[in-house]
Design a protein around this ligand. Sequence first.
Ligand SMILES: CC(C)(COP(=O)(O)OP(=O)(O)OC[C@H]1O[C@@H](n2cnc3c(N)ncnc32)[C@H](O)[C@@H]1OP(=O)(O)O)[C@@H](O)C(=O)NCCC(=O)NCCS
Length: 160
Amino acid sequence: MDNISIKVLNDLDPDITFELKKLEISNLGQSASINEWVIPVFIKYGKVIVAVKCEKKYLKKKEEIIAVNELLRKWGDPKTVFIHSFYVKESFRGKGIGSLLLEESIKILKKEKVKNIELTVDPQNMQAIRLYEKFNFKKADYIANLYGKGIHRDLMICKI
Ligand SMILES: CC(C)(COP(=O)(O)OP(=O)(O)OC[C@H]1O[C@@H](n2cnc3c(N)ncnc32)[C@H](O)[C@@H]1OP(=O)(O)O)[C@@H](O)C(=O)NCCC(=O)NCCS
């Protein structure tokens, strides 16, 4: 797709926090979302990598966040990171944006000497599992009741 770029968010900006909060809820649902108390923490102490669509209207540039990857680094092993959330805005799915964001995120992480990327996924979320498998993530474990009673997850790991 044209006019898509990948960016690491560095600045704390209440407008971006508000936009991310809305995206979290619409793409992950209320209970899995992080909010204005946590989003700035991820930007400052973790890493937030986004895909942005840029429209140039006259001289003004309008940027829209269309996909988000939020990461934490493991305290006892800085070569390992954990993808806390990964999503593409619904109207942009199935067009390669998730693949682009994951591919570019891996390049960024490699430059930072990261060796392992971990994440958890709903074992029935085949769309996400196919995306992760495409990038060589392998199922490493099944964790029952990880996020509450009946909310099970597969742990997937990718060595980069
Ligand atoms: C999972 C998600 C991030 C994929 O993003 P996307 O931009 O649609 O992904 P892509 O278009 O790059 O497709 C990547 C791969 O996913 C698979 N895929 C994409 N759409 C699919 C569909 N409708 N059905 C099955 N597999 C699909 C394909 O294997 C595809 O690779 P290919 O086109 O090379 O065969 C997106 O669907 C999403 O945001 N879902 C809701 C949030 C979510 O579940 N996040 C994951 C939490 S762990």
